[in-house]
Design a protein around this ligand. Structure first.
Ligand code: PLP
Length: 403
């Protein structure tokens, strides 16, 4: 008889955001007139910018003519896009990344979920806690994390690196031996980040111990402070111990368009094998390339006009972040993040649990946020609000909270 992958049965509940959507739908069903403001999920609200729309139109017209029609894209991405990324995202920041070290994909969620396929079942994983749930769930599906202990809310074979107000959201280096470390900076959900010197310690640690850093830089466009790296490859030694995942979702609004990429330096070797070669093989076998039209839109993001538009979009959301941050501070909350990231992480008042605060905000203020405990045990007692709403709704939400 066919046996299924039982590791799926070990996963607790459903994906966090499906749980939230169900709760909100049930509330809306009972309160049809409720004017709910959603500051929960990390989806964007600003439309695609003029440069991107123009590129989409142009590429669409090309597809209508047999002379300029494009079929399957190259598995690893079109050269025009890989060149633009290498130049504008890396070399302009002094990072030595070649176009053929960039693997274009349909987004950072797929890459961050799929990358663990390259590693053995007994590889030891470490995550910062709280954490973007995809890293944990994808490793759990592969059976790498042992069992989920519902009493502690922890996987038995996963190393948790707590990030809380007590350590100013700076994780300590692992005390036990680990093989893979996921770092998401600026961080989802806490909105905090590391200074260059702090990140350097992680690179040095990985090179010392042979651990691999999977660096998720999906929010790099939101960095406003100088001593924060946009890429881990700004740190000396990172080419030997890290790969980096990026997205077009949060800078250019591609959440519904789908485009991302992973950078794997050719020098990065583990267990005598180049990870670059492995990922190329994996991509070639399981992925038929991101669509031509979308890759042209991605190229437009790196044009002079496109880069300016990204800055405007990011500026719009960061204005929201300031409204949320300052509004919450005025209302007496302890607030973190929102300076180098579109996420604001707050301590729940009166020692409420994260889900109790979720219910309070939903029912009393008709505001949807995300309970911190959904991101890991150290997220308990915290709550995430996002700056991705409209400015008007963000202002209205904060008025409601301050009342
Ligand atoms: N990585 C992090 C840390 C995220 O927060 C998200 C989305 O919320 C993603 C990746 C997913 O990005 P994409 O839309 O490119 O799949």
């Amino acid at each position: 008889m066919l046996k299924v992958n039982r590791n799926y049965q070990k996963l607790p509940g459903s994906y966090l955001f499906s749980d939230i959507a169900k709760k909100v739908a049930a509330y809306q069903e009972k309160n049809k007139d409720a004017d709910i403001i959603r500051l929960g999920i990390g989806d964007v609200t600003r439309p695609l910018t003029p440069s991107v729309i123009a590129a989409l139109h142009k590429a669409t017209d090309e597809m209508a003519d047999e002379k300029t029609f494009h079929g399957y894209a190259p598995d690893l991405g079109y050269d025009f896009l890989r060149q633009a990324i290498a130049e504008k995202a890396y070399r302009s920041r002094g990072c030595d990344i070649a176009p053929d070290e960039i693997f274009v994909s349909d987004g950072a969620k797929s890459d961050s979920g799929n990358i663990q396929e390259l590693f053995s079942e007994d590889a030891k994983v470490a995550v910062t806690d709280p954490v973007y749930p995809v890293y944990v769930d994808s490793n759990a599906m592969s059976g790498r994390l042992g069992d989920f202990d519902s009493a502690t809310g922890k996987w038995t074979r996963l190393t948790y690196l707590p990030c809380t107000a007590e350590n100013s959201f700076v994780p300590e280096l692992p005390k036990e031996e680990v093989d893979i470390i996921y770092l998401c900076l600026p961080n989802n959900p806490t909105g905090t980040t590391l200074k260059k010197t702090e990140l350097k310690e992680w690179v040095d640690y990985a090179n010392r111990t042979g651990a691999l850093i999977i660096y998720d830089a999906a929010y790099e466009a939101y960095i406003s402070e100088d001593d924060v790296c946009h890429s881990i490859f700004e740190i000396e030694g990172a080419r030997e111990c890290a790969l980096e995942i990026r997205s077009f979702s949060k800078n250019a609004g591609f959440t519904g368009v789908r485009l991302g990429y992973t950078v794997i330096p050719k020098d990065l070797t583990r267990d005598g094998v180049k990870l670059h070669q492995m990922w190329a093989r994996r991509h070639g076998t399981k992925f038929n390339g991101a669509p031509y039209i979308i890759q042209r839109a991605g190229e437009a993001v790196y044009s002079d006009a496109g880069l300016k538009e990204v800055q405007e979009t990011v500026g719009y959301y960061m204005k929201n972040a300031t409204v949320i941050r300052e509004g919450l501070l005025d209302a007496g909350y302890s607030v973190y993040g929102g300076v180098n990231a579109p996420y604001i992480w707050l301590k729940t008042p009166d020692k409420m649990t994260s889900w109790d605060f979720f219910d309070y905000l939903l029912t009393e203020k008709n505001i949807v946020g995300t309970p911190g405990s959904g991101f890991g045990p150290s997220g308990e007692g915290y709550f995430r609000l996002t700056a991705f709403g409209t400015y008007e709704n963000t202002l209205r939400a904060l008025e409601r909270i301050k009342k």
